[in-house]
Structures are given as structure tokens and as C-alpha cells.
Design a protein around this ligand. Structure first.
Ligand code: AMP
Length: 283
């Protein structure tokens, strides 16, 4: 049985443990998560182990990236199972601050992100989101001072926002994107999938199917407007309330008019019942 990771819950304890990990030539990878770990998170951990000699996973459900009507209170928290998975994956350190440690009384600073953070995708429906993400990730980077940090392509716009922020603020962290891990039927793994009823779970993989079909038609020369309109209709007909289904430039996230403006990424966000799912695919 591998050794359980050290768990740090205070900044002095985090610093002490990081110092002991940073022996000569050691490099540190950080995998930021909100817990409720699944194979998508573990793919980030495996990449982290390949990229650095020591791996830190943060587990922090960050209140500042949730709007008041969102699911901060009910977000799944599965501490014991998470630690078992991270032990198996041979993670060195778990950084698990409480909200008061991350945001002490009087906390009054927020990182304002533009560029990919104002592309009109997630930001249009969750206007508070990237401010909260950038602030907490900025803090996690300065707290842990990792050499590399791993983020999932599942949250594609977030990956671009964090990459931009790390470069813009000279944080000295190389941000690496990891491909989406899916269930066998194509549904992108997500901590929020546990909210789905059996009937909703059966419909949910439709999002990936529609994107795959759209990407294929586009690659085969299909007309962008027609393909996207067909996909939009199929998603609506399946019972989703669609936030967006869009073709964007894969790097800048700017809108595109044809495949020639690419590389192209299709991005989707839709609600099924009260659960909001996001996904994306390269064309
Ligand atoms: P979360 O705990 O949902 O905030 O996610 C933590 C990190 O795991 C983020 O970088 C996510 O993009 C990544 N992630 C979540 N789900 C997946 C997945 N299915 N495949 C790859 N990465 C994922």
C-alpha cells in the first residue's frame, strides 16, 4: 500500500512541507481541484507525475467562483475517497485550506481577467466565474510556487484564462492542458454528473455525440452555419436548455466564420434539468 499524501491545512504547514519536498533539483507540479475526484482529475495527476518529481493536489471548493444561486453548498464533497485515490496515485501533498485560510477577514483583492475571459462563452452565463477562478488560482500559484500546473481541457476557456494570467503576471508557472477524460458513452467526466437522474444520465452523452458529428461534417466541408444550426436544434430537441453551442478559434476563442479562420474548437454548455454541463471538441 503506497503512503498517504501529507495533508496541509494552514499556510505554515504548507510552506514547511513544500520546503521538505523541494530538495535539490526537485520540481513541483500543482493540480488544482475542487475534490469529488474522478478519472479526469487522476489524468491530470498522472501527467503531473510525468512532468515533475513532486506532485501537489489542492482540494478547495472555491466560494468566489460560485454565484449565490449556484451549487456551492451542495457541491459533492468526498474527502475520504479523494485521499484514497490520491494515495493510490502516489501524490506527495494535498493542500486543503479552509475558506477562512484562503480568504481571511478583510480580504479585498480580485484578479480581473480579460481576453479569453471575456470571449462571450462561460463569462456570458457566469459573469462572476473567471474573477473567482483567476483569484484563487493566482493565490494557489503564489502559495505553492509550482514549476508546472495541470488543467483539464474539459474547462477549455478556463484553461486559456489561466494560461494567459500566468504569463501576464509572470508567475513562472508553465500551464499544461490535459485532454478530456470521458465515460464509455462519451459523457465528459465531471464531479457534477452525480446530480443527473437516471433518465438525464441517459440523455447527457448526446452533447458529445452532437459535437463529434458537427466536427466531422465541418472537416468534410460542411457549411459552418448549417452544421451549427443543425447541432443546436438536435441539442434542444433532446431536452437540453442550451446556453451556447459555438465554433471558436481554438487559441484566441474569437468567433470564426469558416474553417479557414481556424484551428477551430466547438464549445457547448447546456442545462439538463438543473444540472449544467459543458464540453468541447477540436475540429
Ligand atoms: P474541478 O475539480 O471540476 O474544478 O476540476 C479540476 C481540474 O480537473 C480542472 O482543471 C478541470 O478542467 C479538470 N477536469 C475536470 N473534469 C475533467 C475531465 N473529464 N477530463 C480532464 N480534466 C478534467
Amino acid at each position: 500500500m503506497p503512503r498517504a499524501p501529507v495533508v496541509a491545512r494552514t499556510l505554515p504547514s504548507l510552506r514547511r512541507t513544500l520546503e521538505s519536498l523541494r530538495t535539490r533539483r526537485a520540481t513541483v507540479a500543482l493540480v488544482p481541484t475542487m475534490g469529488a475526484l474522478h478519472d479526469g482529475h487522476l489524468a491530470l495527476v498522472h501527467q503531473a507525475k510525468r512532468r515533475a518529481s513532486k506532485v501537489v493536489v489542492s482540494i478547495f471548493v472555491n466560494p468566489t467562483q460560485f454565484a449565490p444561486h449556484e451549487d456551492f453548498g451542495s457541491y459533492p464533497r468526498t474527502w475520504k475517497a479523494d485521499i484514497a485515490k490520491l494515495t493510490q496515485a502516489q501524490v506527495d501533498l494535498v493542500w486543503n485550506p479552509d475558506v477562512g485560510t484562503m480568504y481571511p477577514a478583510g480580504f479585498a483583492t480580485r484578479i480581473l481577467t480579460e481576453g479569453p475571459a471575456t470571449a462571450g462563452l462561460e463569462d456570458r452565463f457566469r459573469p462572476h466565474f473567471f474573477g473567482g477562478v483567476a483569484t484563487v488560482v493566482g493565490k494557489l500559484f503564489t502559495q505553492c510556487r509550482p514549476d508546472v500546473a495541470l488543467f483539464g481541457q474539459k474547462d477549455y476557456q478556463q484553461l486559456k484564462v489561466v494560461t494567459r494570467m500566468a504569463a501576464d503576471l509572470d508567475l513562472g508557472v508553465k500551464v499544461i492542458g490535459v485532454p478530456i477524460v470521458r465515460e464509455r458513452d462519451g459523457l465528459a467526466m465531471s464531479s457534477r454528473n452525480v446530480y443527473l437522474s437516471t433518465a438525464q444520465r441517459a440523455v447527457a452523452p448526446m452533447l458529445h455525440r452532437v459535437m463529434k458529428e458537427a466536427a466531422k461534417r465541418l472537416r468534410n466541408g460542411g457549411n459552418l452555419e448549417t452544421v451549427m444550426a443543425d447541432g443546436t436544434k438536435t441539442i434542444g430537441d433532446a431536452g437540453f436548455a442550451l446556453d451556447y453551442f459555438e465554433a471558436r478559434h481554438a487559441e484566441t476563442l474569437a468567433p470564426i466564420r469558416s474553417l479557414k479562420d481556424g484551428p477551430v474548437r466547438l464549445l457547448v454548455a447546456a442545462k439538463i434539468g438543473t444540472t449544467r454541463l459543458i464540453d468541447n471538441i477540436g475540429v
